[in-house]
Design a protein around this ligand. Structure first.
Ligand code: ADP
Ligand code: ADP
Length: 230
């Protein structure tokens, strides 16, 4: 059993007093190695809670998260070997572009020459050759997200978790970057779980789409086979 297996997962937020929200209400989900799965649904449907629970950022009330058959439900975030990419504001503002991309590699003791090679390779992958020495503050929103993608791919994560990575960008740029992101994930063979509220984005980026409504998965299928809203 390879890849990600989520079983009967429940995420609950205890409110003040007796109000509690069940954000994820018993979800089963599999992502095969090399697959890109989009989690699509309206705001508040529980997508982010599910992704955060898979990452280990949110405690689980019930159920399990496994990778390659190993239960990682109680494994801390940094030991899961998963990568994360968020909407915005994730780069270190006082480091260069290269410094941002290389940060995790430096932390895990990858030698300087190897880091430099890897950084150059990743900059090329995201279409930012030569941007290594630049200050992060000089980047456009789209460029900053390319750098964030390069950084999250740097350690070659087993699974990349993306939470609305392009939602802060304007429509035209978002469309172009969605196609590019798909291409980059494919070329690197990255297994990905991609949260979005945008149909077009989900259909462009993913091999399969899981539609989430009120904490449940309403359907999981290839884009061409999903029910269409008339
Ligand atoms: P989505 O990502 O689909 O927008 P979320 O997972 O963010 O959905 O939210 C699902 C539900 O959980 C919503 O009702 C939301 O208000 C609630 N929720 C999310 N985060 C918290 C939190 N930290 N504390 C309390 N309730 C939360
Ligand atoms: P910072 O000082 O911003 O933390 P550094 O400039 O020290 O970052 O670079 C961090 C890493 O990136 C190092 O491993 C270095 O080898 C690599 N690096 C630095 N500049 C470049 C560049 N222009 N192209 C590719 N790699 C670079």
């Amino acid at each position: 059993e390879r890849g990600l297996a989520v079983r009967d997962l429940v995420v609950r937020y205890e409110g003040a007093g007796k109000t509690a929200t069940t954000a994820v209400a018993g979800v089963d989900l599999d992502v095969a190695v090399g697959e890109i799965l989009a989690l699509l649904g309206p705001s508040g449907s529980g997508k982010s809670s599910l992704l955060r629970a898979v990452a280990g950022l949110e405690p689980v009330a019930a159920g399990s998260v496994s990778w390659d058959g190993r239960d990682v439900t109680n494994v801390p975030v940094h030991r899961r070997g998963f990568g994360l990419m968020f909407q915005e504001g994730q780069l270190f503002p006082h480091r260069s572009v290269a410094g941002n991309i290389a940060y995790g590699l430096a932390m895990s003791g990858v030698p300087r020459a190897v880091r430099a090679r890897r950084v150059a390779e990743l900059l090329e992958l995201v279409g930012l050759e030569g941007y290594g020495p630049r200050a992060v503050s000089t980047l456009s929103g789209g460029q900053a997200q390319r750098v964030a993608l390069a950084r999250s791919l740097a350690p070659e994560p087993k699974l990349l978790l993306l939470d609305e990575p392009l939602s802060a960008l304007d429509r035209g740029l978002r469309d172009r970057l969605t196609a590019e992101l798909h291409d980059i994930l494919r070329r690197t063979g990255t297994t990905a779980l991609y949260v979005t509220h945008d149909h077009d984005e989900a259909f462009t980026v993913a091999d399969r789409v899981a539609v989430m409504i009120d904490g449940h998965l309403a359907q999981v299928d290839e884009p061409a086979r999903l029910w269409r809203v008339p």
